[in-house]
Ligand binder design. Structure first.
Ligand code: PLP
Length: 498
């Protein structure tokens, strides 16, 4: 009997269209596996090809989805192609298409195909990236990729770190290291700007800093942390018997892409004996470009840096990373030696990466970065990141020239904030907010693009985050034109006497 004969069912070629080849077992035949895999590939590649023709957002109300999907798990299975067809038809399209070339809301992401395939391969190899014994090859690959990041950031040898689920987990790990380096004091306080990502305040609370001891320092008109206010807050806290532990700086806020004064903050933290964590989850990978290196100067002085490769380094979720300037600070904070893992100690040269953070079982996140960089090369990544920085600068210029729009930030790192506010109108902020909310609603329902809004020190702003490497100037321009058009219509309505 030939290999294929053993995989025939009922005299016909087995495929995903037929029921499980091995009843009662959680296994598929070779042909079923290949058929299902091919079907999945076709669906995924087709999705990516069709993206520009779709809307950047699709969604449905809870009741509709519940009626459609709520059920008990079936006792008997059904053909795998039916399963994958139904989920790709009914469930997976109901999202923001974060990789759509006109998705500008929140923080979009646009994974490279080798990165997507890497996640599949890592799952197929069933990698548990916990210890050297269990996964020496993958551990070495993670060391290699983390070392790439170390050098891009200008960190010294002896710096190290690990991949995490994302920026949130990276900040939790960083604050654990900061807390332990400070001797885990009572009445600890941490400092960040009012522009810092909510994940940072949450991370501080997770490591045991009381909610009211997370100090939100005001930002200046450029959305950068006010250094004088920071110095005052630290001094007042010391006088009041608190123990300041860490300061978190922004290297690209999620709101506007603003970068705090990294060098001044590093100097301050050095003098005060405070841990400096730089949250570069959004903006960190700009460092691979010359422009980004200028902007992020001083980042190398931080005690720790969090980065998200699932944002501006074009990887599928989840691909966060934490680097610390002195790897021992993470080891000291996290290492424990359970008896059940006593066989896994290979000595200092063979790190158990799970000793550097909160996860034991870990997926092989470094593989996606490695495979995409190996496939495309750094020159291509650099060009892609440069290109979108150029697009956001051009978008800002368009906004500044538009008679209908008002720029509200300097687009240093890919984010443009603005509002409809014609020069010849003199509406107050409340009236403008009403107009701009109406514009956002029109964009949401009547335009294929997706964008979001924010409050900039209390003022309502439309916000475009332009970091997708597949986005063209036409995508950006036509979206801005739609905002202008909807803006004029909303203004016409608001000007009409009631
Ligand atoms: C996205 C983001 C975070 C949170 O990271 P996750 O990967 O979502 O956990 C933190 N800070 C900034 C600036 C971010 O953009």
């Amino acid at each position: 009997m030939s290999q294929t004969d053993t995989h025939r069912v009922d005299g016909r070629k087995s495929g995903v269209e037929s029921h499980a080849r091995m009843p009662g077992e959680l296994r598929m035949s070779r042909e079923q596996m290949l058929d299902l895999g091919h079907r999945a590939l076709e669906l995924l590649v087709g999705r990516i090809e069709n993206l520009p023709g779709e809307n950047a957002w699709d969604g449905e109300f809870r009741q509709v989805l519940e009626d459609q999907l709520l059920e008990d798990p079936p006792e008997d299975g059904r053909p795998a192609d039916e399963v994958i067809e139904s989920v790709t038809r009914d469930v997976l399209p109901l999202t923001v298409r974060l990789d759509h070339p006109r998705c500008f809301g929140f923080i979009p992401s646009s994974p490279t195909w080798p990165g997507v395939v890497a996640d599949f391969v890592a799952a197929g190899y069933n990698i548990n990236q916990c210890t050297w014994l269990v996964a020496s090859g993958p551990s070495q690959l993670e060391l290699v990729v983390v070392d790439w990041f170390r050098r891009w950031l200008g960190y010294p040898e002896g710096a190290g770190g690990l991949f995490t689920s994302g920026g949130s987990a990276a900040s939790v790990n960083a604050f654990v290291a900061a807390r332990e380096a400070a001797g885990h004091p009572e009445r600890a306080t941490v400092y960040m700007s009012d522009q810092s990502h909510s994940a940072l305040a949450r991370a501080a609370m997770i490591v045991g800093v009381r909610r009211e001891c997370v100090r939100m320092i005001p930002s200046d008109t450029d959305f950068r942390l006010d250094m004088d206010a920071l110095a005052r807050a630290v001094a007042e806290d010391r006088d009041a018997g608190f123990t300041p532990v860490a300061v978190a700086a922004n290297a690209g806020t999620a709101g506007t892409g603003a970068i705090d004064r990294l060098e001044a903050m590093a100097d301050f933290c050095e003098v005060e004996g405070l841990w400096l964590h730089v949250d570069a989850a959004y903006g960190g990978f700009a460092i691979v470009t010359e422009r980004g290196q200028q902007l992020l100067r001083g980042i190398e002085h931080a005690d720790s840096i969090g980065l998200d490769a699932h944002k501006w380094f074009y990887q599928p979720y989840e691909a966060g990373c934490l680097l610390v300037k002195d790897e021992n600070t993470l080891k000291d904070a996290f290492a424990v030696r359970p008896d059940i893992l006593q066989d896994t100690v290979w000595g200092a040269n063979h790190p158990n990466i799970s000793d550097l953070g909160l996860q034991l079982s870990r997926s092989m996140r470094a593989l996606k970065v490695w495979m995409s960089v190996q496939t495309f090369g750094m020159a291509t990544f650099r060009r892609a990141i440069d290109k979108v920085m150029e697009l956001s600068a051009r978008a800002e210029a368009y906004v500044r020239e538009s008679p209908v729009l008002e720029a509200m930030n300097t687009a240093t790192l890919g984010i443009v904030c603005f509002r409809v506010n014609p020069v010849d109108d003199d509406l107050d902020d409340a009236a403008l907010e009403k107009v701009n909310r109406a514009v956002l609603v029109r964009m949401f329902w009547d335009d294929p693009a997706f964008m979001s809004s924010t409050l900039l020190q209390g003022t309502f702003a439309l916000r475009m985050c332009i970091i997708n490497h597949t986005t063209t100037w036409d995508d950006v321009r036509e979206t801005l034109e739609a905002v202008e058009r909807f803006g004029k219509e909303a203004l016409a309505v608001s000007d009409t006497p009631e």
